[in-house]
Design a binder for this molecule. Structure first.
Ligand SMILES: [Zn+2]
Length: 132
């Protein structure tokens, strides 16, 4: 207890911030204009602004989460896609081969398996190309 810190850290840090009612950026209380969109920051009270602030907080959290998921290792993402591509092509190819084989051998069970393989390969490729 020799040197008590000069600045007391408030328990609720959010008290230090004012949310911009235009874009939702949390600005420090000391700034007069929004650091993000340059809108004049006016302290507002009331139920409507409370709802708006809650909505904006959720929106910002969602944006941040989106940014983070976008940061996924591109090399990992690429190899994952390549893996799915090979898997899809492999299943489709094997399905095609088995299907032709089943026709030549008149084998019903092989035809069923080949159709399943074709479908699996098709959906793997479809998900790969339709996915972001
Ligand atoms: Zn703003």
């Amino acid at each position: 207890m020799d040197e008590p810190s000069k600045e007391q850290v408030p328990l609720n840090k959010r008290e230090d911030f004012t949310l911009c009612l235009s874009c939702g950026f949390p600005n420090h209380n000391s700034v007069a204009r929004c650091m993000y969109c340059n809108t004049n920051l006016t302290k507002s009270t009331g139920l409507f602004s409370w709802f708006r602030q809650t909505f904006l907080i959720l929106k910002w959290r969602w944006e941040l989460k989106k940014e983070r998921s976008k940061d996924e290792n591109p090399l990992l993402l690429f190899s994952k896609k390549l893996g799915y591509l090979i898997l899809g092509m492999g299943f489709s190819g094997l399905g095609c081969y088995l299907f032709i084989d089943s026709i030549s051998k008149n084998s019903f069970s092989t035809a069923i398996i080949s159709i399943l393989l074709l479908l699996y390969g098709f959906f793997t490729l479809k998900n790969l190309f339709s996915g972001k």
